[in-house]
Design a protein. Structure first.
Length: 186
């Protein structure tokens, strides 16, 4: 299942302000299903009871990574999975996750990205660490915002989020944002 609507949010991937991050989006995670004819779990060895993704936004952009120059200093969101099992046993290990955003930059002669057409790309990544079926990870930008773009408006639209299994295959999804609707009671 995929998200039912695209949610436009300004995310920490675009910049960081002096104030603490504010919640920009909260999504429940569901088992990812694949297949054109019959739906089946993309990662059938895995299952989980529940999961949540929080995305953080900022009030105004600013240069990211001002202290270290590394994207890991910016917390853009968090991922939590509970009750993760692999082949029926509680899972311990790491799961990669990625968020794709559609980003556009406002006009400013000083910003090197000003006027660039909106582009869709993987913008946030996380390593979700699991211990006995309880998993947590922090989403961080894949790159820093250039300092010369700290004074331009930036809009990032949420496109997708995928938590992958531990196979290393980027095409195998374990969890995505979505809804589970129970069948009618008879």
């Amino acid at each position: 299942m995929r998200t039912l609507a695209t949610v436009a949010v300004v995310l920490a991937a675009a910049g960081i302000a002096a104030a603490a991050p504010r919640l920009a989006g909260k999504f429940g995670l569901v088992q990812a299903y694949c297949g054109a004819v019959t739906a089946a779990p993309c990662a059938p060895a895995f299952a989980f009871k529940s999961g949540t993704v929080l995305l953080f936004g900022e009030n105004e952009p600013g240069p990211t990574c001002p202290r270290t120059g590394q994207p890991t200093e910016v917390k853009a969101g968090s991922i939590t999975l509970i009750g993760v099992t692999k082949n029926g046993a509680p899972f311990s290990g790491e799961l990669p996750a990625e968020t794709t955003l559609k980003t556009s930059f406002g006009n400013s002669p000083s910003c090197s990205l000003s006027g660039v057409a909106p582009f869709v790309t993987v913008s946030l990544m996380a390593t979700v660490a699991c211990k006995s079926g309880k998993c947590k990870g922090t989403l961080v930008p894949v790159a820093c915002l250039p300092k010369n773009c700290g004074s331009v408006a930036i809009t990032s639209e949420f496109v997708s989020l995928v938590v992958h299994d531990d196979s290393g295959d980027p095409n195998v999804a374990l969890a995505t944002p979505g809804l589970v609707i129970a069948p009618a009671k008879k």
